[in-house]
Design a binder for this molecule. Structure first.
Ligand SMILES: *[C@@H]1O[C@H](CO)[C@@H](O)[C@H](O)[C@H]1NC(C)=O
Ligand SMILES: *[C@@H]1O[C@H](CO)[C@@H](O)[C@H](O)[C@H]1NC(C)=O
Ligand SMILES: *[C@@H]1O[C@H](CO)[C@@H](O)[C@H](O)[C@H]1NC(C)=O
Ligand SMILES: *[C@@H]1O[C@H](CO)[C@@H](O)[C@H](O)[C@H]1NC(C)=O
Length: 532
């Protein structure tokens, strides 16, 4: 161990002194009949000041440079230019060792050239290999080992041809998505022209196609296949088409109808692509940008395509305006509110009016100079359902004492001595409303004056409330005297239902009060009723 450790620095010391390194020769193989070039790696070579010497050690040692003319070289099928030695047409005679040096035996570089007569043997030692992965792109390059330097005089490159198992192939071998059965041995031939003669070099490249375990999927668009994008007119819209692929060569494009969208962002509609590579796949997003959406844009079809077989179709639809919704909701709401209000009003009209009148004093107060709120007048009921004396008194007292109406009563308020008709008309004149009350038995004297009343009411437009009994309602209208029928049609009707109508909370009272104008002297009467 110690000895070895000491030997290494000693060896390095010796080589640094002499400049000689016992180099292994470079092994170079060539097929018989083909061209090969040896390149001297001596970096000290300078074309202007130094000369390079080539020596062959084939059948015999031969100085190929110092005392050999180019014609002689040519005859031997060799060509020396600067640092390279080109053997144009290799034969077994060329097999052997070669050296190059700057004329000094102590710094020689060695080559060992083997000339193969059998293709199989040649390929064994000179096979290049390439590995590609399925579904990914793959390209094969023709090796350029031991080829003549580009600027060698009289030698011009005449192109490359490819073959696979005898089959001729295009000039460049490129697979966009390589498949398993693309594997195999590919042969490329480089041709060179020298003095009108073609010289060739062939190389074999073994392509190994491995299953791409990382990315087994084929390229797919991951965005939903068909989609509708809601847009605001006039705004900028970005529609992303997302795809996953195994190859950066997969192309995602956008079309409007059938025309291609530009990637140039100075257009009103364009798209750009972002790629995100992770270890397994490539995530691509092609973002379609519509700078300002118009009505015209909405009518179009937008298609995102990946490798022409994956398609995503997008259509635009204008966003429903929130104002439209709220307007519709508002209108519906208003209609509902109105309907409900109308229903409530129709159902509770009387209660509402009376409530407003009683609690808030909401009513028209007219200073019409009339002394009474209403004139109570009796008419003869043709049945026994009319109000008897007790009911009539009850009606009067509730109206006057509970509700504060000031009433004109014929038998109480009309001064005696007047003609009956005149007195009744006076009462009508002085009252804001006339209440016709069916009476049984007939208390008189009103019944005979009905036609007079009708004329007066029409003339003065005095409000009339016509109290009916249930039986008058049921009996055919023809059974009533004509004057009563006319009055019943002219006024508002309230039905007296006997005993059930007596409580002041009954609907009879509500209706009666509803049809009557509000009492004008309510304040005074209320005070009075409190003292009662
Ligand atoms: C070439 O050199 C090797 C050593 O590097 C030697 O063994 C061989 O005999 C030589 N061949 C000829 C033909 O000189
Ligand atoms: C050969 O090389 C040695 C050492 O590298 C040097 O001393 C000698 O002068 C060289 N001879 C020629 C002819 O260049
Ligand atoms: C984009 O389009 C504008 C206007 O058409 C043009 O001037 C510009 O050169 C284009 N740019 C590219 C990168 O194509
Ligand atoms: C694509 O264009 C949009 C809009 O101009 C921009 O915001 C976004 O950054 C662009 N993306 C790329 C990757 O250029």
């Amino acid at each position: 161990m110690m000895v070895k450790l000491l030997l290494v620095p000693l060896f390095l010391f010796l080589t640094s002194l002499t400049g000689v390194c016992p180099r292994r020769p470079r092994d170079i193989g060539v097929k018989t009949g083909e061209m090969v070039a040896l390149h001297c790696p001596d970096t000290r070579y300078n074309h202007s000041y130094t000369r390079l010497f080539w020596t062959s050690y084939t059948t015999k040692k031969m100085d190929l440079t110092s005392n050999m003319s180019s014609a002689e070289q040519s005859q031997m099928g060799i060509l020396v230019h600067k640092t390279s030695l080109v053997i144009l047409n290799a034969s077994v005679n060329h097999e052997g060792n070669y050296s190059c040096s700057l004329g000094n035996a102590s710094s020689q570089f060695w080559f060992r050239l083997t000339v193969y007569t059998s293709q199989r043997k040649y390929e064994e030692g000179n096979m290049y290999s390439e590995t590609c992965y399925t579904q990914k792109s793959c390209s094969l390059n023709c090796p350029d080992k031991n080829i003549p330097a580009e600027n060698t005089p009289d030698i011009t490159s005449n192109g490359i041809t490819w073959h696979k198992e005898g089959e001729s192939l295009p000039e460049t071998i490129y697979f966009q998505k390589v498949e398993k059965n693309d594997h195999g041995v590919y042969t490329c031939t480089r041709s060179y022209l020298h003095h009108g003669q073609i010289y060739k070099m062939t190389f074999t490249v073994k392509l190994d196609v491995k299953l791409n375990k990382e990315c087994k999927k084929s390229a797919v668009i991951t965005s939903p296949r068909k989609s509708v994008v809601q847009v605001d007119l006039g705004s900028t819209v970005v529609i992303d088409c997302e795809a996953v692929t195994c190859s950066a060569l997969d192309d995602v494009i956008w079309l409007i109808g059938k025309s291609f969208v530009e990637k140039n962002n100075s257009f009103p509609v364009f798209y750009n692509i972002t790629q995100e590579n992770n270890t397994e796949q490539i995530h691509m997003t092609a973002s379609l940008v519509i700078k300002k959406v118009s009505d015209e844009d909405i009518s179009k079809n937008y298609t995102c395509k990946l490798n022409s077989d994956q398609v995503l179709i997008v259509t635009l639809s204008p966003k429903p305006r929130p104002s439209h919704i709220s307007l519709a909701v508002g209108v519906v709401g208003m209609v509902v509110v109105m309907v409900v209000s109308v229903v409530i009003y129709v159902k509770f009209k009387i209660d509402i009016v009376l409530f407003l009148r009683d609690t808030l004093g909401c009513h028209r107060s007219t200073s019409d100079g009339k002394g009474y709120d209403a004139f109570l007048m009796y008419y003869k009921s043709d049945t026994n359902a009319g109000l008897n004396a007790y009911d009539r008194n009850w009606l009067r007292s509730v109206l006057e004492e509970k509700y504060g109406y000031s009433l004109c009563l014929y038998d109480r308020d009309v001064l005696p001595g007047k003609a009956v008709a005149e007195a009744v008309l006076d009462c009508i004149e002085q009252s804001r409303a006339v209440v016709l009350v069916p009476a049984s038995p007939d208390p008189g004297p009103g019944s005979g004056l009905l036609s007079v009343i009708h004329a007066a009411l029409v003339e003065r437009q005095t409000r009339l409330v016509f109290i009916k009994t249930e039986t008058t309602e049921m009996s055919r209208s023809g059974s009533l005297p004509e004057a009563l029928q006319l009055l019943g049609e002219a006024g508002d009707c309230v039905t007296w239902k006997g005993i059930s109508s007596t409580p002041p909370s009954s609907s009879f009272w509500k209706q009666l009060r509803y049809y009557l104008p509000a009492p004008q002297h309510a304040q005074k009467q209320r005070l009075l009723s409190q003292t009662i």
